[in-house]
Design a protein around this ligand. Structure first.
Ligand code: ADE
Length: 227
């Protein structure tokens, strides 16, 4: 999978080089490229924003600098993801959908967001014919300073579903949100007693059927308690 991320703060995205994502890039499973939006700004001040038509607080990102940056990245079969608190909510299901994508482009807006004509332009039939889709996505009902952290959340959730990215692929099959309303059971490791708290007896029993039943009850209880 190829991933491009566009931001005015490319250094903000440096954690993408670490850990499992770093390994997946070295092994060629994944290619991640971060682009500086200001590199293609058109004036001496590297301006990327201006005041909103119609008035109101804050600044809006200029369409032309986004257009210049996005045009060369819009290859056949691409999903353009515009991060915005007004977007469709990102879930495990969305992560699964994007995990089979060919090419993801993340547009990280700042301030009051990106001029809406950028979304409109890349949503036209011309781009649909080239298998290019535009998505506006929010990672939750809160407002961040920009899309950078949101794109990293999405990239981590999506790429760990690509075969070969995770060290232990079995961790995928059992985990949280696999089933609607079902959260993960609590886990324990050594020592058997820590600060006076013991590991639940059942987990030491070796009875796999009973352990599976207990875990499923615990998972259900967690899901209820979190409602
Ligand atoms: N930009 C600002 N807030 C955001 C959010 N909640 N999700 C995605 N992008 C954002």
């Amino acid at each position: 999978m190829k991933i491009d991320v566009i931001s005015i703060f490319p250094e903000y995205l440096s954690p993408l080089k670490l850990s499992l994502l770093g390994k997946a890039q070295s092994s060629g499973l994944l290619e991640i490229e971060v682009h500086d939006l200001r590199a293609l700004s058109t004036d001496n001040h590297n301006t990327v924003d201006d005041t909103p038509y119609g008035g109101g607080a804050g600044m809006v990102m200029l369409p032309e600098v986004w257009g210049k940056t996005l045009d060369p990245l819009m290859s056949e079969n691409t999903d353009l993801i515009i991060l915005t608190p007004a977007g469709r909510r990102f879930t495990q299901k969305t992560a699964e959908e994007f995990s089979t994508a060919n090419h993801l482009v993340f547009a990280c807006g700042r301030y009051e967001g990106i001029d809406d004509r950028v979304r409109q332009y890349y949503s036209t039939q011309e781009f649909k014919n080239r298998n290019i889709r535009v998505h506006e996505i929010s990672i939750g009902d809160y407002v961040l300073g920009g899309g950078e952290v949101a794109s990293m959340v999405m990239i981590e959730a999506i790429t760990r579903l690509i075969p070969g990215v995770l060290g232990n692929p079995e961790s995928l099959s059992e985990e949280s949100h696999k089933f609607e309303g079902y959260l993960e059971y609590p886990n324990f490791t050594k020592p058997q007693e820590w600060r006076g708290i013991s590991v639940p007896e059942i987990l030491l029993s070796g009875n796999h059927a009973e352990i599976a039943k207990w875990r499923s009850q615990q998972a259900e209880k967690r899901a209820k308690d979190n409602l």
